[in-house]
Design a protein around this ligand. Structure first.
Ligand code: ADP
Length: 444
């Protein structure tokens, strides 16, 4: 089975070829300049500079021509991009042949540059086109060497001594051409086989990846269906427990009340867990992002107030510092509130009594920065890379603080990324943790 690069891939690789050509132009100019200034060679430098100039111009034309196809993935643009590569490699061969002709022909060690193009062709194109290009390169170089040898075109020798040795020696000419031809085909055979194998691996990986994404989608839809069903039942159990707990129908003795309270609290936790799982899965499944302008300072203040009781219950020193000039932000208000609330609740939850927690926020013309820091238990260094993973709980607390699902930070990260922001964490065990969120201003 033959696999080809797709249009998008091929277009990006053609730009790589164009970038290489800038290096070639600079290389020709520099080597010509160095030869002119430091080596006593008989070369028509003006012609070499002119060739470099034409190569430069040709590259500008190719880039200009290719730009319209940058993001197109259809078949006709793929054919156009392929044709463009054929033309580029062919014209590069012509430039190289001219360059060699005016700088010693077969005497010039830069004949190796034909082989570079053959390798590039094998990376970008099918085997058929690679062999066609290789044959064209070989034909051009052989015609050049033979035409100079037979006197059909002049030979511009760079070194009179070497020239008399090689240019007029048919054995040298024959063996040099033979080596060049054999080496070219051999190199092209090896590189095109390797490139073909790599392309097969790349295609298989792509297929596996899309298969995984499809399965992930099915899993997410399944989670949503199941959690949605469970949610209804949990709500019913919770409201019934609430009635018994508040003794609205009949009195309950204190022993039974303790069990009822426990069941009620567990149901409440389960409810929160289901809410987190549903929100996270919904975010993964759906790319909808209905942003609205809102006042971020109001959200920050509301989070501070709603967690005050929790902080007080643990005698935690709870401070805020807001340095915001323009509080207007465009995003999903409830989601941003959830982010800040989650971070602050975690900071209080994972800080022992009498510790401190602070919420800081600042803004500049590009973004809002929110920093939540605490003097709590901290997170072990080896756990830090995983704390945003679903269901992950750090090893230092997962057995001592049972109240947690490991979903909060995954949700926080998904929301921040949906807002094109970033979140990072720093922590030292026994000293505390710091979570920093950057939320850039989104264009309307
Ligand atoms: P959980 O429901 O367990 O709190 P999260 O996703 O919110 O889940 O957090 C994941 C884990 O990251 C927590 O279990 C905890 O180990 C660690 N963690 C989060 N915030 C803090 C913090 N401020 N201090 C110490 N550990 C934290």
């Amino acid at each position: 089975m033959i696999y080809h690069l797709d249009s998008e891939n091929l277009t990006s690789k053609v730009f790589w070829l164009c970038n290489l050509r800038w290096f070639a132009v600079v290389g020709i100019l520099l080597s010509t300049l160095i030869t002119m200034l430091f080596l006593n060679l008989h070369i028509n430098f003006l012609v070499l500079f002119l060739i470099a100039g034409f190569l430069f111009l040709s590259n500008i034309i190719y880039i200009f021509f290719l730009h319209p196809f940058l993001s197109k993935g259809d078949k006709s643009s793929l054919i156009k991009v392929r044709n463009s590569i054929n033309i580029q490699i062919f014209s590069d061969f012509i430039f190289l042949t001219l360059l060699l002709h005016y700088s010693g022909g077969i005497e010039n060690p830069f004949i190796i540059f034909y082989i570079f193009h053959m390798i590039i062709s094998s990376i970008l194109l099918s085997r058929k086109w690679t062999y066609i290009h290789t044959t064209i390169g070989i034909l051009l170089f052989t015609s050049l060497a033979l035409s100079e040898y037979l006197g059909i075109i002049p030979h511009y020798s760079i070194n009179k001594y070497i020239s008399s040795l090689i240019q007029n020696d048919p054995h040298y000419l024959f063996s040099a051409l033979l080596i060049f031809i054999v080496t070219s085909y051999l190199v092209v055979y090896i590189t095109s086989s390797l490139a073909a194998r790599l392309r097969i691996v790349e295609q298989k990986l792509k297929a596996a990846n899309s298969d995984l994404m499809e399965k992930d989608q099915i899993k997410n839809e399944y989670v949503i269906r199941v959690t949605h069903d469970i949610k209804g039942h949990i709500a019913a159990i919770k409201s019934n427990l609430e009635v018994v707990n508040k003794q609205l129908v009949a009195p309950v003795d204190s022993q039974n009340l303790t069990f009822i309270e426990k069941a009620y609290n567990r149901t409440q936790k389960l409810n929160e867990f289901i809410y987190d799982l549903l929100t996270l899965t919904n975010m993964r499944l759906n790319n909808k992002f209905d942003k609205q302008p809102f006042d971020i300072l109001k959200v920050l203040t509301s989070v501070v107030n709603s967690n005050k009781l929790f902080a007080d219950s643990k005698h935690i020193s709870y401070t805020k510092e807001f340095n915001i000039t323009n509080p207007q932000y465009s995003g999903i208000e409830s989601s941003i509130e959830e982010v800040i609330n989650n971070l602050v609740q975690n900071a209080i939850k994972y800080t022992p009594e009498n510790g401190s927690v602070s919420l800081q926020a600042s803004s500049d013309e590009n973004e809002f920065t929110i920093l939540v820091s605490d003097t709590g238990y901290g997170i072990p260094e080896s756990d830090l890379p995983f704390i945003f993973d679903e269901f992950f709980r750090a090893s230092n607390i997962k057995f001592s603080i049972k109240d947690g699902t490991g979903l909060g930070l995954s949700l926080v990260k998904a929301i921040v990324e949906r807002h094109k922001g970033t979140i990072s964490a720093e922590s030292v065990v026994g000293e505390g943790s710091k979570f920093v969120v950057h939320l850039p201003h989104l264009s309307p």
